[in-house]
Design a protein around this ligand. Structure first.
Ligand code: SF4
Length: 448
């Protein structure tokens, strides 16, 4: 929450020495509150005052980083309750659950299934980013550590579901460099678990039998100086899990309650054990309300395709057009003699068109210029996909120097550009392609 001028003035040195360029400390404080000058322009603000201000101006929800290297993910850091208010910043990550209570054959089957979901959708890689490894005390610590080792081999972020500090230490000894989440601080063990998490530099997941207990344990961990925390939604029932997720997020964003401002783990595998359909439905609910990590029993393509597509829609910034880079995209082993097609740089259009071109099996060069990230008709209406812009891009990108073929297909929806393009691009044969991408396969095959 932004600080007001008077709040800053209370912390100011009150010397009125004018060294900052303002006539008084009050005037300076007002300018800082407006963002017109930096607090560093005054050499006399104490470090304590600066620290207090940075705490007060910090976002209501903390950003917690888990994983390492290319598998590092930021969780939390949200500033709004609803996506239409601004945008969500850290997308929900999905985990598949393993348990040391499972038979070896089941574990092997799950480990083999996890990498199978891996595909691109509108430029984003969709795959299972995390693996939840639960410790069942009756299986023994050795079996658990072996399971953690096996899961680590998948190169995904691990979430160690373990409440025994000694077992946690043994498990972290084999995977701490990959920065897993240690998920198992409870009111009974939080001091010991905190020591293990801090020593290994990993985020700590906090649990409670109810929301009050959860809040108190988070507050106690904060007092110990640990703010690298995640909160677990109550798994007593679906209603209780939903209540935790919504209450904590609402308290963080609306009431500025920093103790509630942590990313969350929602274990839908526990909430609907054995019911894949219910888990898929719950995963959708908690992607919107407000799971930072959602744990499921299994994620195959049947679960992933709708779920990941929905996540992409929810976590895309509506203020930024989804675009692909301008350039020549060579499809099906195209070369300089292959036919050319052009369309707009709107990511959805690009992926639909390129998918159909791939399906045709015909080598072709898809030439994309900057059309503002809009669809074909919208960019044409806005003057961003016109004969002038296409001809200009062909000149600037030296398309004629790179490609010998002089046949260019334009989208059927802008057939009106054909005459203008022929006038502006002499030597090119302009061909009007179908209006719908799905018709491109037959169109290209017929042309061949
Ligand atoms: S330099 Fe600092 S102490 Fe001096 S007038 Fe400005 S704000 Fe006040």
């Amino acid at each position: 929450m932004a600080l007001k001028g008077l709040d800053i003035f209370k912390l100011s040195p009150k010397k009125n020495c004018k060294e900052c360029g303002s006539p008084t400390c009050m005037a300076f404080s007002m300018k800082v509150a407006q963002g017109a000058v930096s607090i560093d322009a005054c050499p006399y603000f104490s470090e304590e005052a600066k620290a207090a201000m940075s705490e007060a101006t910090a976002p209501p929800m903390k950003t917690v980083k888990v994983g390492a290297g290319e598998n590092e993910y930021a969780l939390g850091g949200e500033t709004v309750l609803f996506r239409h208010e601004k945008t969500y910043v850290s997308k929900t990550r999905y985990a598949v659950a393993l348990c040391s209570c499972m038979d070896d054959a089941v574990v092997e089957e799950k480990l083999a299934a996890i990498p199978k979901v891996d595909y691109d959708r509108i430029g984003e890689r969709m795959f299972v980013e995390m693996v939840y490894v639960n410790y069942a005390p009756e299986s023994g610590a050795d079996k658990y550590v072996e399971l953690v080792k096996k899961a680590a081999g998948l190169n995904r972020v691990l979430i160690l579901g373990v409440e025994d500090p000694e077992v946690a230490k043994a498990a972290l000894a084999v995977c701490k460099d990959s920065k897993p989440v240690l998920n198992g601080a409870t009111p009974a063990n939080y001091e010991a678990m905190n020591a293990v998490a801090v020593e290994n530099g990993v985020a700590l997941g906090v649990m409670g039998a109810n929301d009050d207990e959860l809040f108190d344990t988070v507050a106690a961990l904060e007092k110990l100086g640990n703010k690298n925390l995640l909160i677990n939604a109550n798994t007593a029932s679906i209603k209780a899990a939903y209540a935790t997720a919504v209450r904590f997020r609402r308290a963080a964003i609306k009431d500025n309650n920093r103790t509630c401002g942590y990313p969350s783990i929602v274990n839908v595998a526990k909430l609907a054990m054995g019911d894949a359909h219910m888990q898929a439905a719950l995963a959708s609910v908690f992607t919107m309300k407000y799971g930072s990590i959602v744990v499921m029993e299994n994620i195959g393509y049947a679960e992933a395709l709708p779920l990941y597509g929905m996540r992409q829609n929810v976590f895309t910034d509506p203020q930024k057009p989804m675009k692909v880079e301008p350039g020549i995209y060579q499809i099906n082993g195209a070369d300089e003699n292959s036919i050319c097609l052009t369309t707009v740089d709107f990511a959805l259009t690009y992926f639909v068109v390129s998918g159909e071109l791939e399906r045709s099996g015909v080598p072709c060069n898809l030439i994309i210029n900057d059309a503002g990230g809009l669809s074909v008709l919208t960019s044409w209406a806005a003057g961003k996909f016109s004969s002038s812009s296409i001809a200009k891009y062909f000149q600037e990108a030296d398309i004629e120097g790179k490609i010998k073929c002089r046949k260019l297909c334009i989208p059927g929806k802008v057939a009106v550009l054909k005459g203008e393009l022929e006038a502006k691009m002499p030597g090119w044969e302009i061909i009007v392609a179908p209006r719908e991408a799905v018709q491109l396969v037959k169109f290209l095959k017929d042309m061949q």
